[in-house]
Design a protein around this ligand. Sequence first.
Ligand SMILES: Nc1ncnc2c1ncn2[C@@H]1O[C@H](COP(=O)(O)OP(=O)(O)O)[C@@H](O)[C@H]1O
Ligand SMILES: [Mg+2]
Length: 395
Amino acid sequence: MGFSEQLLGKPEDWVLDLDRHSVLMVMSEAEMAAAQLDAVDAGALPILLKTLPADAEIPPSALSSASVLVLEVSPASNASLERLSAVRALYPELPVIAAVRDANLPLVRALLKQGVRDVVGLPLPHAELVEILREISTELRAKPSSEVALGQLVTIMKSIGGVGATTIATHLGSELAARNTGRGVCVFDLDLQFGDAASYLGLSSELSISDLLEAGSRIDGDLLRSVATTTEGGLHVIAAPVDMMPIEAVNADQILRIIDVARQQYDYVVLDLPTNWTNWALSLVARSTAIFLIVELSVGSLRQAKRQLQLLDSQGINGSHVHVVANRVEKRMFRAIDLDSASLALGHPVELSIHNDHPLVRAAHDQGVLIQQIRAKSKIIGDITAFLPRLGVEV
Ligand SMILES: Nc1ncnc2c1ncn2[C@@H]1O[C@H](COP(=O)(O)OP(=O)(O)O)[C@@H](O)[C@H]1O
Ligand SMILES: [Mg+2]
């Protein structure tokens, strides 16, 4: 399927085709007009056109649904080159075809070195583009991994340390696991320095995320499942490293590869992230299908949460995927007014809240068991269960 005359007449339009494989073409208005696109037939690949200046940011939501990206690169513009690097870092598996004016050999080599799949000259020579797209489409169709529906990627972010992210990640993971009859649920403790998810769940393992980080290209579903430990309730957990490791030492491509494999293995992959931002953490958040940002109703926590929301927004991360959760809310504070003023301060709704019950949570952590094992019915678990509809799970 190509695209219609009508679309060419209005190049600023987005045409979304939800077929699994699609080509996203991002070019400036002038190049879009200069290219004779009506002659392109990509061999049954749907093509989405996005008209954007060569240095403008591409919304991650657009990228995440693309199978191939044709991207205008303006070598004279730093912003344009950075845009390309950002795409490569965020979506290392996405084949990128750089479209460049007056490409010379050193430039082509530099682009290929960056991992660009191919380079085409501008104005777009349709015959060449068609050839490249045909080649890639054949490859994509032959790829078995693309047949597997990816599991949801659920990220738990904290406004400040100690706000309850790990407690929520482990209990949300357990609630999902209790209801999932499919491929299962895995919690990844990516708080590489202070991770305590395994200990909260009473699990001890010699194996951890380090083993997956060190596995390089040997990473696959079997290795992943062998590194995971499993709770009595059937929740899989990838523990944080036993020895502290510097979070910036993590190879971003490797961690993205690990999480991709995990999403082929499990229906839900729940991430417990470190408080400090790194490029890899941001890349994971950009790929997440749901993000829970945990706050408490204190000035400090709300201030940091606001900064994080601004960061997500600056990365084009869709605000509707971001659910703010107020944890440790005192019963008397459960009045709407407090949550409303927190929402106002954040400029984002506080959608969910969790009761404060320190003795209960502490007892569970100390014994390495779930809250449910100490008290069958608790407000906290009821509050966490209320997250599930946001993940498409009926309660
Ligand atoms: N709803 C809650 N009520 C009372 N205490 C809580 C609650 N949630 C978490 N806590 C306590 O807060 C502390 C930090 O929790 P944790 O989950 O480790 O936070 P984080 O992972 O954000 O650092 C723990 O001592 C835990 O017992
Ligand atoms: Mg934690």
